[in-house]
Write a protein that binds this ligand. Structure first.
Ligand SMILES: Nc1ncnc2c1ncn2[C@@H]1O[C@H](COP(=O)(O)OP(=O)(O)OP(=O)(O)O)[C@@H](O)[C@H]1O
Length: 336
């Protein structure tokens, strides 16, 4: 792969401090992050973690105090004037509250993005029609935002963001104002567009479900720092991963009763149920399922965690059970 292509979104040692009456706030504290071409990368974290500041450095709405931000080969954090405006066109952005102009139809909202980019009138019309079709809104092109549902408004937002053919889509809590079903359909649309157009997507969210549903990779942010990041499969099988535990919550541990408790993580390739049944049968163990958190992800496969309790048994029996589960390709952590 060409070197520049491999650096589609690349933050290197980026810091940003705000001086407020209450003191200094380190919104970004030496953040380094790389998003691979074509992947959907989610950043999750509590309010105030620094997510918005991070995404704002990627479309140059915020200038870092130090470090570099590269987008599609351009070091966006160092550009000015015309060059900066040009580079900004490489990334489209969607927002929680859609940010559509209420006085313009869906079609005219999409065309506005192209007008600003200097595209001619007939080309604007053609492109807006094309992209509205791609997001499934052809029949609503003449509707005003007030006549559209939340999901439809976000589809217009997506069409507007992609009208100028950017290679990167930035999403700032794009589904936070939508109900769960609409959220799923908008996320699925983003996933489809990412695959069809080869789009790289960087999204920020405080919702773990968003990460589970569409992300290839994710990062956990806290106090301006990235605590963990990586491909989802790797995160889920990292011992002690906070992100994995938060993504697939298994609840509190029961009171100690001399048993062994293990968390079994299964990713795409396998489902845990038949394996657990076989474990009970073949090893003669009366295994109890204490909790399970599963998600059917975008490609229809299941990912999740199961918490098992193995009855008071000899060390050898527990060891044999762990060996068996691991031999089935499952990731196993002894919790207690
Ligand atoms: N322009 C600003 N001036 C002063 N402080 C700011 C500014 N922008 C952000 N901050 C502070 O920087 C920290 C990170 O804010 P940021 O908005 O990036 O977090 P966030 O994770 O996106 O949270 P939220 O989801 O609530 O927006 C917060 O403490 C915030 O108050």
């Amino acid at each position: 792969m060409h070197l520049e292509e491999a650096r589609l979104i690349d933050l290197e040692d980026v810091s940003k401090t705000f001086r407020t009456p209450g003191g200094e706030v380190h919104a970004l504290d030496h953040v380094s992050l790389r998003v691979e071409p074509g992947e959907i990368f989610g950043i999750v974290g509590q309010s105030g973690a620094g997510k918005s500041t991070l995404i704002r450095t990627v479309n140059a709405l915020e200038k870092p105090d130090s470090g570099t931000v590269t987008v599609d080969g351009a070091v966006i954090s160092q550009l000015k004037g015309k060059e900066l405006r040009e580079a900004r066109r490489r990334a489209g952005m969607i927002f929680q509250h859609f940010n559509l102009l209420s006085s313009r139809t869906a079609q005219a909202n999409v065309e506005l993005a192209l007008e600003i980019a200097g595209t001619g009138r007939s080309e604007r019309r053609h492109r807006a029609t094309e992209i509205l079709e791609l997001v499934g809104l052809s029949d609503r092109a003449g509707a005003y935002p007030a006549q559209l549902s939340g999901g439809q408004k976000q589809r217009v937002g997506i069409a507007r963001a992609l009208a100028d053919n950017p290679r990167v889509l930035l999403s700032d809590e794009a589904t936070s104002a939508l109900d769960p079903e609409t959220t799923r359909s908008v996320l699925d649309l983003i996933r489809r567009l990412s695959r069809e157009l080869g789009l790289t997507v960087l999204l920020i969210t405080h919702e773990m479900d968003v990460i589970k549903r569409i992300c290839d990779s994710a990062a956990l942010m806290e106090h301006g720092r990235i605590l963990e990041h990586g491909p989802m499969d790797e995160l889920l099988t990292t011992p002690g991963s906070r992100l994995a535990a938060e993504l697939f919550q298994l609840g509190e541990l029961p009171d100690s009763r001399g048993t062994t408790i293990i968390d079994v993580t299964f990713t795409k390739q396998t489902s845990s149920e038949p394996v657990i049944a076989r474990l009970a049968r073949e090893q003669g163990l009366d295994v109890a399922i204490l909790g399970a958190a599963m998600e059917t992800i975008h490609d229809g496969t299941q990912t999740g965690r199961t918490r098992l309790e193995i009855p008071a048994a000899t060390g050898d029996q527990v060891e044999a059970a762990l060996t068996y589960l691991r031999s089935q390709g499952l990731f196993v952590e002894v919790v207690r």
